[in-house]
Design a protein around this ligand. Sequence first.
Ligand SMILES: NC(=O)c1ccc[n+]([C@@H]2O[C@H](COP(=O)([O-])OP(=O)(O)OC[C@H]3O[C@@H](n4cnc5c(N)ncnc54)[C@H](OP(=O)(O)O)[C@@H]3O)[C@@H](O)[C@H]2O)c1
Length: 325
Amino acid sequence: MKLNILIVGAGAVGQTYGLHLHRAGHKVTFLVRDRVAREIRKFPTLSLHRLRLLRAPQPVRFQDFAVLGDSEALTQHVFDQVWLCVSSTALAKGDWLPALVRSQPKATIVTLQPGLRDGDVVGKLCGEARLVIGMISLVAYQAPLEAEVPHPGVAYLLPPGAPSPFSGAEPARVDAVVRALVDGGCPAKRVADAKAPASFASALMMPHLLALQGAGWSLGAVRHGSWLDRAAAASRDATAAVSAHLHVPPPLGRLAARPVLIATAVGLGTKLAPFPLEAYLRYHFTKTLDQTHAMVNTYVEVGHQHGLEMRDLEALRDAVRRGLG
Ligand SMILES: NC(=O)c1ccc[n+]([C@@H]2O[C@H](COP(=O)([O-])OP(=O)(O)OC[C@H]3O[C@@H](n4cnc5c(N)ncnc54)[C@H](OP(=O)(O)O)[C@@H]3O)[C@@H](O)[C@H]2O)c1
């Protein structure tokens, strides 16, 4: 069955998921800022390229989609699925989300944001039955990054063996979301709970991103001195807060937050990734800096609500804020 799918945000993630949903034969409409809608209508073609391990990038032209500006009335349209492909902070900004959810009373709402409370916020608006929570396992960015051969447009990588997991109260809705991606060539799977693994992964990652910011976005600098030790201690705080909030034990216990493992993973990633990892991290997480800091603040707040000490996370956050290192 051909689905009518609305994608909010035609950034790197929105374009990549949109391309694959279109390839599966579904009608894709992007909801974008009015100025972006005007630009796209002048030249309704999106250029992407798929990054591949040990092979040259594969250019893709994406046409045959529709676009709506953010001041246009959504009530005249009926969508089967609405995919929220914006950051956590964009989700919370303004009053567009309640109006959007109200305008689509039957649609499945797919939320992909990494914030601990994002799923709860969207679930309250649309009701748990309509909510599908997903974790983005792809990497996508506006190319070229510095030091890259210019391939303008969105570069994306579907990492092998890492399908995007989705879960929700209604299996049929989750299956429809997963099938739509898989049919379009984007690996995805239904899991019992996508939220807890995504939340724990973020709790591990966000303090390390703070450390990377503190180290001037240099992977070399973050490996030296005390950054990794401080990030590991801070991520143990964040993980404890997530665990208390979700009433779920952390999946890997305290093992994952080990500086030696993080340093090894970063070293391997730098060698194997078919894109400049350091430049990507700097580009993406400078763009989403407000999201990282908001997420860290949420861990601190939630931790305190549960009577936990958040000293290491607060110390790292405050040092990075003050630019002290
Ligand atoms: N890219 C990745 O590799 C990756 C991987 C994992 C997770 N994620 C997460 O996925 C989320 C999106 O990332 P991204 O890389 O796609 O970011 P992005 O390239 O900045 O795309 C987000 C787009 O959404 C637009 N937008 C924001 N609010 C909107 C609204 N109310 N209506 C219409 N458009 C709106 C933004 O426009 P403005 O700039 O005008 O606000 C921007 O064009 C982030 O939370 C990110 O952390 C990304």
